[in-house]
Ligand binder design. Sequence first.
Ligand code: NMX
Ligand code: MLT
Length: 441
Amino acid sequence: MSQLKQTLAKKIAEHSVRTQRLLKEFGNVVIDKVTISQAIGGMRDIKALVTDISYLDPFEGIRFRGKTIPETFEALPKAPGSKYPTVEAFWYFLLTGDIPTQEQVDEVLKEWKVRQVVPSYVWDAIRALPRDSHPMVMLSTGILSMQKDSKFAKFYSSGNFNKKVAWEYVYEDAYDLVARIPIIAAFIYNLKYRGDFQVAPDPSLDMGANFAHMIGQCKEYADVARMYFILHSDHESGNVSAHTTHLVHSALSDPYYAYSAGLNGLAGPLHGLANQEVLDWIIKFEEKYLKGAEPTKELIEKALWDTLNSGQVIPGYGHAVLRKTDPRYTAQRNFCLETPGLKDDPLFKVVSMIYEVAPDVLMKHGKAKNPWPNVDAQSGVIQWYYGVREWDFYTVLFGVGRSLGCMANITWDRGLGYPIERPKSVTTDMLEKWAANPPQL
Ligand code: NMX
Ligand code: MLT
């Protein structure tokens, strides 16, 4: 058994004691109440999910395993010659909560290479789709096609299924999935936008550098990939992609079924697809309002109002939990400011100008509870600068990163024996009855 799996086994065993004690001794302690507006309004803020992989504070933003974004980047061992950690080091950290030593990272790097070999039928499945399918359809299909070789599904149907060790099989699938998904994403990119010019993975490179290599990017893009995948990995477990993955897996559907479903949720414009919508909005703004002229705050303000008045949302702004600028936005903005060339890039200037104008506009508009930018408002400009300009691919990049959090989460779900998820629904008649006569709880 690898050192990572041994560490995880020990941690899961220790943690299970805490979960079991809470269930047995304190199961009836009330931690929240549910209002009619929460029942109708997307269950916002109801505390009904448990994860220790990350936590989202409305004002501080995300903490991965208790660490803020700068603390995470600072603490993890770095990729050779880079100030960013490898995704492999981050995977170890997300799974275990421990900062790995270089030796432990090296072991993950080695194992990752073995696991990243994608079965050839995945390519057949993706190629069988119409070439103008959205790349998220291709990614979700590619992931789903691997279900037939799921180690967890095989274990379940083997006749020897045992809840106590079931997590080990989820772990195996989860690890295979995170190692393969960047290879599949690169295949889709090359198939759709580079005339099917496929590049084999380089076994000497870490995940971020390899992704850059496979999509024909420059060396500097390796850091973009590392930063991007880590920043997009997890956002506690209530967001659509993580929650869907957790929900589907709770039926003991294997990780391939579960993450393919999670990706389908990520492909929604109010969730991950917002990153492509941001670029789309800016390009249309340039075509319709600028027509070659320099952007001004006045023109941006007009375009924002036109968007709102036509009943559409401002992509990249607002959030269901956050009530301040997303620190993932800030981390990427700082990356732009620190990268010569990028900080003077015309598109970055427009994105920065939107940041100066949009929060005021949204506040005046008076609907959005959070007028500040989220991760998607800033991620596309970096891709664009480096030449990844096919913006319908951006959500695929998000999906590669998000696999890390979703797969770490369902490994722990199984380790802790979380049951099938099944909330209770009520009828409108019931709500009207309780509205007239609030129930005594
Ligand atoms: N532009 C215009 N209206 C907005 C925006 C926005 N950016 N954000 C929220 N609103 C509206 C929202 O549509 C709702 O209107 P109505 O009452 O007519 O239904 C109202 O403000 C209240 O919504 P909130 O409670 O503030 O937001 P909610 O939690 O329902 O939704 C988002 C959160 C993220 C879906 C919403 O802010 C949004 O649609 N943002 C734009 C899309 C986006 O950037 N999504 C990416 C989120 C991050 N990610 O990667 O997943
Ligand atoms: C995410 O990263 O999943 C988004 O910010 C959406 C969310 O947290 O609800």
